[in-house]
Write a protein that binds this ligand. Sequence first.
Ligand SMILES: Cc1cc2nc3c(=O)[nH]c(=O)nc-3n(C[C@H](O)[C@H](O)[C@H](O)COP(=O)(O)OP(=O)(O)OC[C@H]3O[C@@H](n4cnc5c(N)ncnc54)[C@H](O)[C@@H]3O)c2cc1C
Length: 190
Amino acid sequence: MTVAIVGGGPAGLSAALFTAKNGLETVVFDTDGTWMHKAHLFNYPGIGSVDGSDYMEILRSQVDSFGVERREEEVTDVSADGDGFAVSADDDYDADYLVLATGANRDLAESLGCGFDDEGTVEVDVSMETTVEDAYATGAMVRAEEWQAVISAGDGAAAALNILTKEKGEHFHDFDVPDDADAVFGGMVD
Ligand SMILES: Cc1cc2nc3c(=O)[nH]c(=O)nc-3n(C[C@H](O)[C@H](O)[C@H](O)COP(=O)(O)OP(=O)(O)OC[C@H]3O[C@@H](n4cnc5c(N)ncnc54)[C@H](O)[C@@H]3O)c2cc1C
């Protein structure tokens, strides 16, 4: 099963982390325009103070460790072909699930045919699934304001867990315990 994620900010890479860690082939397309390059985080729970670009470097390294394929490519179109999704970038890519994480840019959600709410944001349920089955929208695109990195990361995680729940056929939790630490890359991500 393949997951295509458009956007490699906190939302997209958070989704990618969970899907790849749990065995789904995951490709992230990103043009590196994340707002994180303008930010300094003092409000990301568990992290005291970190430059936004440094945070992105850590997050990219973390997802790379779990086998995410990151492509520095712009996605120009996405469409549902009845049996998954067609993603147009430098090459065409087919995926079973699609996670949109393009920041406040909602163009791809619109061309895919996702429903929008009264505020002009993409309509999603609590798992971040849009009105198009198996297509998710996460992060800044689903909120008119209240844009925070931790909220985007949470949206990405919610989308990924819903995808994993569908794939496993039962409610899925990505729970690890201290004894797992040695099994997961020696317990540390470089
Ligand atoms: C000046 C400033 C300061 C901030 N300070 C803080 C702060 O202190 N704390 C905090 O929590 N938040 C802060 N934020 C907000 C925070 O940066 C955002 O909430 C967060 O980056 C949103 O994450 P996201 O993943 O939804 O979108 P983004 O981080 O914007 O990521 C979207 C990604 O998608 C890519 N993309 C878009 N379209 C395409 C396409 N068609 N194909 C491929 N890639 C595409 C973009 O290049 C980008 O890399 C700040 C923002 C700004 C502007």
